[in-house]
Design a protein around this ligand. Structure first.
Ligand SMILES: Cc1cc2nc3c(=O)[nH]c(=O)nc-3n(C[C@H](O)[C@H](O)[C@H](O)COP(=O)(O)OP(=O)(O)OC[C@H]3O[C@@H](n4cnc5c(N)ncnc54)[C@H](O)[C@@H]3O)c2cc1C
Length: 444
């Protein structure tokens, strides 16, 4: 559990905290308030829900333990990716039937939906809809790219199969063997987007309380009541938008949801600004890139010629110190022209994993979207891929709270299934890394 000081929050030492415009000044929750919908968590999901409710003229109150964007939404790599990490459309349909088909359509359109939201409200989020590419790290994995292109083009996504030469031109590196290309993706400054969304929600008339951890949720007489140390909000409907950070501030807030997700620390790093003449040889068209390694390779440019990348370590050291050398060496291997790289920023955040096979806790699973009770909803399990999805799910969750028929929404609902071994798996997840490295290296 994280303790919350009354004032001001400590931000992770991230590139985004250093560069995003300041967020709005927000009050803490005091006293007993009412609303039509109460939302817990001010990340992309919670703020998108609030924006869509206010666009429909519905009263919305957001309760945030820290500040908007303090969770995954302000710490991520900012890659806007309209796919799941582990599963393709057919797997979603197999699991959820027609609801899976509707979910796939929401996911397919989610990147463009995000960029349209940024354009509609003119949010200063350094948004670049330059596309997203998933290069394959072994010749055998090319079959995965072929399958992905086939499945996504069958449902109308803007995707393309790239051969080795095309990927080499797109990324400025010969390290990969082809790839999956989605034109609608791209990247953003995620904290700038979260804070911009908080501004939009406020301008539309939402109420947002910060530095106010919710400590309990109760449903009685057709109303939800969310309590904090100094107040409460009672409302007809509830959206729990705490995702991988559920349980971070109050472990009894929603234990059935918290125990489904394994928060895995993901390390992010931003280089010093790189000179123009070298930058234009590395991902020259500025796509976002994350590849097929189990130990993911990923990178994108920020607005000031910094490469934003990251890595994993079994023992990352204080502040991720042990990652600086191996990640610099990896970048140099991929793009020798970068030379000796130095990092100005190293930070971390929790990715919410929902492994479907507990022997492989770091293999991405399905997202879990649940009904908590009458007019109450939650979702967890971004599996490192939900910048775009969480904003679209916010729209769907907002509609669900308004009584829109569930079977018309892109919500593939399931029942919460607490994982009894979650605390153990959570502790040992990082020790799987050496195994993943060996498996990655062995692939042909
Ligand atoms: C390091 C990292 C890199 C990532 N990179 C990418 C990427 O490049 N592309 C991609 O698509 N996805 C990425 N992701 C995943 C993506 O960031 C998340 O899927 C997305 O931000 C989830 O948004 P959210 O609003 O659902 O959750 P969050 O942004 O985590 O918001 C949850 C909020 O709930 C609050 N909260 C928790 N408990 C309480 C409480 N008791 N009371 C009140 N508030 C509470 C938290 O403070 C937090 O602000 C990454 C994630 C991480 C951590």
């Amino acid at each position: 559990m994280t303790s919350v000081p009354n004032a001001p929050m400590t931000w992770p030492p991230s590139l985004w905290a250093a560069t995003a415009p300041a967020g709005p000044a927000l009050p803490a929750l005091e006293g007993d308030q009412t609303s039509d919908v109460v939302i817990i968590g001010a990340g992309f999901t919670g703020l998108s829900t609030a924006i869509h409710l206010r666009e429909a003229g519905v009263a919305a109150t957001v309760i945030e333990a820290a500040e908007p964007g303090w969770g995954a939404s302000g710490r991520n790599n900012g890659q806007v990716i309209p796919t799941l990490a582990g599963h393709d459309p057919s797997a979603m349909v197999k699991r959820h039937g027609e609801a899976g088909e509707r979910f796939n359509a929401v996911l397919r359109d989610s990147a463009t939906y995000l960029f349209d939201l940024v354009r509609r409200y003119d949010i200063p989020a350094e948004a670049e809809q330059a596309g997203w590419v998933q290069p394959v790290h072994s010749p055998g994995r090319f079959r995965l790219a072929e399958k992905r292109v086939k499945e996504w083009s069958a449902i109308g996504a803007e995707v393309e199969l790239l051969d080795r030469a095309a990927v080499s031109t797109m990324l400025g590196s010969d390290a990969w063997f082809g790839g999956f290309w989605n034109r609608s993706g791209g990247h953003i400054n995620p904290l700038a987007l979260t804070r911009g969304m908080a501004d939009v929600a406020l301008k539309l008339g939402a109420v947002i309380y910060a530095r106010s951890p919710a400590v309990s949720i109760a449903h009685a007489d057709g109303r939800w009541t969310v309590r904090t140390a100094n107040g409460s909000v009672t409302a007809r409907a509830l959206v729990l938008a705490t995702n991988a950070y559920t349980g971070e501030f109050e472990d009894q807030l929603a234990p059935q949801i918290a125990s489904e997700v394994i928060p895995v620390l993901s390390w992010q790093m931003a280089t010093k600004p790189i000179s123009d003449n070298i930058a234009k040889t590395v991902i020259p068209e500025r796509q976002a890139m994350s590849d097929t390694h189990r130990e993911l390779y990923f990178a994108r440019w920020d607005a000031n010629n910094r490469l934003v990348t990251g890595g994993a370590a079994t023992f990352p050291g204080a502040g991720g110190t042990n990652l600086r050398k191996p990640v610099a060496e990896r970048l140099k291997r991929l793009w020798p022209q970068l030379g000796d790289i130095e990092f100005d920023y190293v930070w971390s955040g929790y990715v919410g994993m929902t492994p479907d096979n507990l022997l492989h806790p770091e293999v991405p699973g399905f997202p879990r979207i649940h009904r908590l009770g009458p007019n109450g909803f939650a979702w967890v399990g971004c599996n490192g891929r939900a910048v775009a999805l969480s904003i679209s799910l916010g729209r769907e969750l907002a509609r669900a709270t308004q009584g829109v028929a569930i079977d018309t929404l892109g919500l593939a609902l399931s029942e919460p299934k607490p994982q009894p071994f979650q605390p153990i798996v959570r502790r040992i997840a990082r020790f799987a890394l050496p195994l993943y490295r060996r498996l990655d290296a062995r692939e042909i």
